[in-house]
Design a protein around this ligand. Structure first.
Ligand code: AMP
Ligand code: ZN
Length: 434
């Protein structure tokens, strides 16, 4: 099913005309309203009038996560606060979170995009959709919620956690669609098994999973364990939240909703645009966002694009699964974690050295379920009595918890035991390499 065939299946020529029109308007708007963009465009010697074709996109400057940090909280906003009806947030690279404001129009557009996304995945108004993405500051919960309601499905807003209750709801309320991270889908299966429930015997038929990397192998595993079709969905806070792209039932890449999000792939080293089919960093320009449009946002996600028409009838370009990141971000139980955040905590706490190692159990790309941080203590603390070490460990655990937003295991190690490198320090190691 296609919710909005006029847009989702429009001839690419017409799509490109629409994109150019929207791009020109958006660049003009941010140039006028956001001092940051006026400055970065001026620095590149570009004015909105220089954008005459889509190829001129490459004249525009990039925007990065650091620009979000430097303009925290509202420096990238293009409307007055009175027009903002909601604010979401996600982890930034250091202590400062990423802030995502939405106007009324943004919230409505997002719901429509999510209704389109859910339909592409195979959801209909007859479905009972259990939404186990986190509600709150994270975009996942409310993003899926409003899209599913607009579509007319029956929404059960369970949010994350309370896994036993999730299983009971699936059984008792007749849930047909589950939306959650791929790792939570596995957790659901394990919990159900412990309760003596076989999820394959329930009404569950479809899972829509994203927010963290997963493999084709993992898909097969989820489909087999839960007895469902599992669909990949992608998005990010800086751009809108979930709903930037999603698979169709052919599962051959995620269609990017290009009438709203203009996608490019670049070489992360040089910034050069790459042709379709080549692997590189995904860069997105929002064409319709009002509160906080982004121009050429470097997602750091490594993918490739395929513009071939799809059997489903949609003309929108398809992006591959994510194969990696061009920065050192990790996703731990759905939460983005940057080594720089850990470093910022260590620099504030007395008694430890800024030498650390993040030990992870990798299952796919940059996703991990457990986070263990090895921290070198200073000579003074190390030679002191045990009590001090214990206090230090406790303090670090709570500081990390509040800065990272998730619990980490802390292991204090003797001075000078973490290997020093001459070049780039290696901060993240797989347990199997230890
Ligand atoms: P956030 O802004 O906190 O929602 O995090 C967005 C990031 O999550 C993206 O930049 C990706 O790195 C990751 N992500 C989201 N969806 C997927 C997906 N389907 N596959 C792999 N990684 C994903
Ligand atoms: Zn398709």
């Amino acid at each position: 099913m296609i919710r909005d065939p006029e847009n989702e299946s429009m001839p690419r020529e017409r799509l490109e005309r629409l994109q150019l029109e929207r791009l020109r308007a958006k660049v003009g708007e941010v140039y006028e309203r956001v001092p940051f963009y006026r400055r970065t465009l001026k620095e590149k010697g570009v004015t909105p009038d220089d954008i005459q074709s889509l190829a001129d996109l490459r004249k525009l400057p990039f925007t990065s996560k650091l620009d979000f940090r430097d303009n925290y909280p509202f420096g990238l906003m293009a409307v007055p606060m009175e027009q903002v009806v909601r604010i979401h947030s996600s982890s930034g690279t250091t202590g400062k979170p990423i802030i995502a404001p939405y106007t009324r129009h943004d919230v409505d557009t997002w719901a429509e995009i999510m209704a389109r996304t859910l339909t592409s995945a195979g959801t209909t108004e007859n479905d009972v959709l259990q939404n186990a993405y986190g509600y709150g500051l994270f975009t996942g919960g409310l993003g899926f919620h409003h899209g599913a309601e607009l579509l007319g499905a029956t929404v059960i807003p369970t949010s994350t956690g309370n896994t036993k209750r999730q299983i009971l709801m699936i059984q008792d309320l007749g849930t047909t669609v589950i939306t959650c991270t791929p790792s939570y889908a596995i957790t659901l299966h394990e919990a159900a098994r412990e309760m003596g429930v076989d999820l394959r015997d329930t009404t569950l038929r479809l899972g829509i999973h994203g927010a963290e990397p997963w493999s084709e192998k993992m898909r097969e595993d989820i489909e087999d364990r839960l007895g469902i079709i599992a669909i990949n969905v992608y998005g990010l806070t800086e751009v809108i939240g979930p709903g930037v792209s999603v698979e169709c039932p052919y599962k051959c890449g995620m269609h990017i909703w290009e009438d709203h999000f203009l996608a490019e792939v670049i070489n992360p080293e040089t910034g050069e645009q790459l042709p379709y089919g080549e692997e590189g960093e995904l860069v997105i320009t929002t064409l319709t966002k009002e509160a906080q449009p982004v121009i050429r946002f470097r997602t750091r996600d490594i993918i490739s694009l395929n513009p071939e028409p799809c059997d489903c009838g949609r003309t929108m370009v398809r992006m591959s699964r994510l194969t990696g990141r061009s920065d050192d971000m990790l996703i731990v139980r759905g939460v983005n974690v940057f080594p720089s955040q850990i470093e910022s905590v260590l620099l504030e706490v007395e008694g430890v050295e800024p030498h650390y190692l993040i030990v992870v159990d990798r299952q796919h790309a940059f996703k991990t379920d457990e986070l263990e941080i090895w921290v070198e203590v200073s000579d003074e603390v190390f030679s002191d009595e045990m009590g001090k070490m214990e206090n230090l460990e406790k303090r670090l655990r709570s500081e990390m918890d509040s800065v990272l937003g998730i619990a980490a295991r802390i292991k204090l190690v003797e001075p000078r035991t973490i290997a020093r490198t001459e070049g780039k320090a290696k901060r993240v190691v797989d347990r199997s390499e230890l």
